[in-house]
Each structure stands twice: as C-alpha cells, then as structure tokens.
Design a protein around this ligand. Structure first.
Ligand SMILES: [Zn+2]
Length: 244
C-alpha cells in the first residue's frame, strides 16, 4: 500500500438507468450498446491516464500526478474533448447500425449522454490479488459528485482542486455550490460537453486537441453551440503546450 497524489476522472453514461428499467425486453441490446460506448471512450485514454475499473455505466480513470499535478491535469483536460468526440461518433455509428431493430433500447439510443467529472487529490493505492485498488476521500468525493445539481445531462464537471491549476482554460465554466452527502458542500465548475474534433483531425499522434487549436478549427461550425469566448480563450491558452 502506498500514498500518492492523482488526477481522478469518472466518465459516466447518463440515461442508462431509465434505459434499462423501462425497457426490460431490450436488456441485452441495451447492455451491448453501453459496453460499446464505454469501450469507444476509454480507448481514447492516453497514458499515464489509465482505467482503474469499470462501474456499470461508468469508468474510473486515474493518473498519478506527483510531483507536478498541474501538468498532469492539463494533459488529462486536453484528452477530454476526444472522449466526448469518440462518444458522439460511436453513438451515431450505433444508431445507424441498429436502425433495423425496433426494440426500445436501439430506438432510443440517442437519449444516452456522457458526463465527465475531474478531480485531483491524495489517494492510496493498494494491491488486492491482481487488482490495483485506489481509495481515499478524493475517490469518495468524486463518486458522490455523480449526484449533483448541474442543470444539464451532458457536461464536464471540475472540482475546485482540479480547476485551480487549469487556470484560464476553464474561464467560461459555470460555478455551482454543491451539497454532498456526508461531506461539506464544495464549489464545482461545469460546462456543456467539450468540442468535438472535426473529421480529419483525429490522428492521435498529432495530439488532436492541440492540433485542432493550431489549425484554427475551433472557429469551425462544429463549435457554434459553445459560447465563443470560452473556446476562443481555450485556443489562446493552450498554445504554450504545443511541442516545439
Ligand atoms: Zn434492439
């Protein structure tokens, strides 16, 4: 067992509970759809960010971030757009592939949405047989934040500990004072889903999130649903992260 500091990320597919409970007859298709979506999203994670475990309709990922939490947070933050893009892309693929099926699960696949929760803090890593378990208040806090008052079903939520080192990257985020079961209330920051990388900018070797900014793609029609000041500032702020 050892103590360390980590960036923690939960990727959660919302709509799942309603999806399953109201549509028992299509349970098998619903499970297949969720599995396919989670796989599509976590396949986009780059080391040192790695999947710790799958939790039904969600995945818990973490990256040890000592001695430089700010660097690891920024690297994780820049992967998030790719996760949302992979989710939307796979959702569309599933919708087309399953268009012939009239079951409730396949017919309502577009109701599924992705949320991402990001935090950083001290954790304990312990080995249980072949499994690597992570524990600590930071892990508990992030899970409890799955129940929150964010008025959206697809979003990115940051705790204050995650937001602070990211600085102006999160300038357009909404602040919310969030009550948490069994813990003191805390400030969280959220935004609707991150921009999707346009086609042709998905080459991971080119660090898509950064490439996307440098090629001016943030000004494309893909991002019109986001407030201009937010994505414009993002483009300006991440330039210094580019490889020289
Ligand atoms: Zn079906």
């Amino acid at each position: 067992m050892r103590s360390t500091r980590a960036v923690l990320l939960i990727l959660d597919i919302s709509g799942y509970t309603r999806f399953i409970h109201q549509r028992a007859v299509s349970l098998e298709h619903a499970e297949g759809i969720i599995t396919e979506l989670i796989e599509a999203v976590i396949d986009e994670a780059d080391l040192p960010l790695k999947v710790n475990k799958l939790e039904g309709d969600a995945a818990l990922l973490f990256a040890e971030c000592a001695p430089d939490p700010a660097l690891q947070l920024r690297q994780t933050f820049l992967q998030l757009g790719r996760f949302f893009a992979a989710f939307s892309q796979r959702l569309e693929h599933i919708r087309r592939k399953r268009g012939h099926c009239g079951c409730d699960a396949c017919a309502n696949v577009e109701q599924l949405q992705l949320k991402a929760l990001l935090h950083q803090g001290p954790i304990v890593i312990k080995q249980v047989r072949q499994f690597e378990e992570i524990a600590g208040d930071a892990v508990i806090l992030l899970h409890r934040l799955l129940k929150n008052d964010v008025p959206a079903s697809q979003y990115l939520l940051l705790t204050a500990d995650a937001r602070q080192p990211l600085g102006d990257l999160c300038a357009g985020f909404e602040r919310l004072e969030q009550a948490i079961e069994g813990m003191p209330p805390c400030a969280v920051y959220w935004t609707p889903s991150l921009p999707q990388a346009p086609d042709g900018l998905r080459d991971r070797s080119a660090t898509p999130q950064v490439a996307l900014v440098t090629q001016g793609a943030l000004r494309s029609h893909t991002f019109h649903h986001l407030p201009r000041p937010w994505w414009h500032r993002l483009g300006e702020r991440v330039k210094h992260l580019l490889p020289r």
